[in-house]
Write a protein that binds this ligand. Structure first.
Ligand code: ADP
Ligand code: ADP
Length: 224
């Protein structure tokens, strides 16, 4: 059984269809790349799978729950406990230091501040950015910022991490470091990853790739 199953998703923005019947499965622990041209619906599919966007039609199943029918309360709880997100940029809180950015999801989950900061420090260590723990996002390089963002996405032990062009703003080397760190940690923790990318080199880190075109996921034989 898939961990997440999207069926026949339709989503329209002001008459402009972003998804026209997209279906996809994500299995526990797998790293799934979602590729395809700009505007083909990759981000919208990711947002529907992550419970950030509600589809107009279709269903998203997650461990016996139907995400598209859940209350906002239950959705935000799931986003806190089960899902982590990493976007292209602009996701860290600029006023908070690296360690406080990573500690934040733990504080929201009820962990006391000293324990949260200690655990956040361990995760920064894991991603090679412990030395930057007292710096604010504006003082970090793009690659360091994304590694802090990965630490923040993974610190609560989510079942799934949703990464939307996580290397999109990085040069080649920094992109490789971020992908290596993400894949290594996801495997170690058994975390599934949905990776939206238009970059073949980034997609090559995935176990499986699905391609989108015009708001739908292409059949596997077309992709291969
Ligand atoms: P991709 O990630 O493949 O580039 P998107 O899912 O971002 O594709 O977008 C698919 C289509 O939906 C595009 O035409 C885009 O402009 C449109 N779209 C996506 N999000 C929004 C939004 N929040 N408001 C209006 N249009 C949107
Ligand atoms: P990408 O194609 O790299 O996924 P986009 O530039 O299409 O990125 O979208 C970036 C963000 O803006 C997404 O959250 C998307 O939902 C939103 N968006 C995309 N197109 C539109 C649009 N036409 N109007 C409003 N928001 C949009």
């Amino acid at each position: 059984v898939p961990l997440l199953a999207a069926r026949d998703l339709v989503k329209t923005y002001g008459g402009n269809p972003a998804l026209r019947g997209a279906s996809a499965d994500l299995y526990a622990g797998e790293i799934l790349a979602v590729t395809g041209p700009s505007g083909s619906g990759k981000s919208t599919l990711l947002h529907c799978l992550a419970g950030i966007v509600r589809p107009d039609r279709g269903s998203v199943g997650y461990r016996g729950e139907r995400l598209h029918q859940l209350s906002e309360e239950r959705l935000s709880e799931l986003r806190r406990t089960d899902f982590g997100v990493v976007f292209q940029f602009g996701q860290l809180i600029p006023e908070l230091t690296a360690v406080d950015n990573v500690a934040l999801p733990l504080l929201l989950a009820g962990t006391a501040r000293p324990a949260a900061r200690e655990r956040a420090g361990e995760w920064l260590e894991r991603f090679g950015v412990r030395g930057q723990q007292d710096q604010r996002p504006g003082e970090l390089s793009g690659g360091q910022e994304q590694r802090v963002a990965l630490a923040r996405a993974l610190v609560t032990g989510p079942k799934v991490v949703f990464a939307d062009e996580p290397t999109g703003a990085l040069d080649c080397l920094a992109g490789e470091q971020v992908m290596t760190a993400l894949v290594h940690t996801a495997r170690e923790c058994g975390t599934a990853v949905v990776l939206v990318t238009h970059d073949d080199r980034t997609a090559a880190y995935a176990d499986r790739e699905i391609r989108m075109s015009d708001g739908a996921v292409l059949p596997a034989e077309v992709t291969a």
